[in-house]
Ligand binder design. Structure first.
Ligand SMILES: NC(=O)c1ccc[n+]([C@@H]2O[C@H](COP(=O)([O-])OP(=O)(O)OC[C@H]3O[C@@H](n4cnc5c(N)ncnc54)[C@H](OP(=O)(O)O)[C@@H]3O)[C@@H](O)[C@H]2O)c1
Length: 290
């Protein structure tokens, strides 16, 4: 299939491109600026989306591009709105009108975190700018691509990023290897997923056209401290150097939902390769460290 991937230079998008290529799909990567071998698409200009997609003419789209950083969304909500909402809406309209399959990466941050272990049918109630944009993006996909679109709500993702210091495993290993403690929030519960499992699931979702929303997280609800300790142990590092911390919302200016763990039942029922558990994910990362 001819598949267009937005955000192909990003953490998840890059992995998605590898999975697609391995499966024999033709991959059209988009890049914010003109780049060799890439389709130029700046999502800060939503009005450019239809003509770029007309030209590229994909049979399917995996839309991972986003302003993903919580602080960046708070700093520049207009830009976040153009990229995360208006461009998603333009992509959804295009895909819906052409009967093209669309997989949209949303987030566990659509929930307020008051309940935890969320199921796909639970009500969303975002408490930060990033989450609010993603809810509007989800609405656009479900409205405009109601026959061909699937919203995949992705949990906190483990793996190796281009920046090399962004993901939770990179943070923990970076701190501990330089002899420092790794402060990890105790009041934040997540269901972490390995980036390889996330990318594999996003591609596998092509086959499940009737699913409107799927939660993509690992099978465990875990707080960041326990997650950090599991990672440290898998890497043979001193787990005791991961120390409890609490989030200072006032100091950071960021509101973070306490428990956005997501129930993995649907993914486990439907996918051939559902996301693996935390210990297995950490072992995979330790075995593949650069
Ligand atoms: N990572 C996580 O833990 C996590 C958890 C839940 C959900 N998600 C969701 O998963 C998706 C991918 O996340 P990620 O961690 O892979 O993000 P990422 O590493 O920050 O990558 C974001 C991608 O979006 C592109 N992008 C940003 N602004 C753009 C613009 N104006 N025009 C075109 N492209 C633009 C970036 O391109 P440049 O390289 O040019 O900047 C990059 O390729 C996002 O939708 C995110 O909300 C991620």
């Amino acid at each position: 299939m001819r598949v267009l991937v937005t955000g192909s230079s990003g953490f998840i998008g890059e992995k998605v491109c590898s999975v697609l290529a391995r499966a024999g799909h033709e991959v059209l990567r988009t890049a914010r600026k003109e780049a060799p071998g890439a389709v130029a698409l700046d999502l800060a200009q939503p009005e450019s989306v239809p003509s770029v997609l007309d030209e590229a003419s994909p049979e399917a789209i995996i839309h991972t591009a986003a302003v993903r950083d919580l602080a960046a969304c708070e700093r520049d909500p207009q830009l976040a709105h153009r990229v995360n909402v208006l461009s998603t809406e333009a992509i959804a309209r295009w895909a819906g009108g052409r009967d093209a399959r669309l997989i949209f990466t949303s987030t566990d941050q659509v929930f307020d975190g008051g309940q935890g272990w969320y199921r796909e049918g639970d009500s969303v109630h975002p408490i930060n700018e990033y989450g609010r944009g993603k809810v509007l993006g989800e609405d656009a996909v479900l409205r405009h691509a109601w026959r061909t679109g699937t919203v995949a709500r992705v949990a906190l993702t483990l793996g190796y990023t281009r920046e090399r210091n962004r993901s939770p495993n990179e943070f923990v290993c970076g701190q501990l290897r330089s002899g420092k403690q790794a402060p990890m929030f105790v009041e934040e519960y997540r269901s972490p997923i390995l980036v390889d499992d996330c990318a594999g699931a996003l591609v596998e979702l092509f086959e499940h056209k009737s699913i409107r929303i799927m939660h993509l997280g690992g099978p465990e609800r875990v707080n960041r401290l326990d997650m950090g300790r599991a990672i440290a142990s898998a890497f043979g590092l001193d787990a005791g150097m991961c120390v409890p911390a609490t989030h200072d919302a006032k100091g950071s200016g960021l509101t973070r939902p306490p428990d956005t763990s997501m129930c993995p039942d649907l993914a486990r029922q439907v996918l051939r390769c559902p996301p693996r558990g935390l210990c297995e994910a950490a072992a995979v990362l330790a075995a593949s460290q650069a």
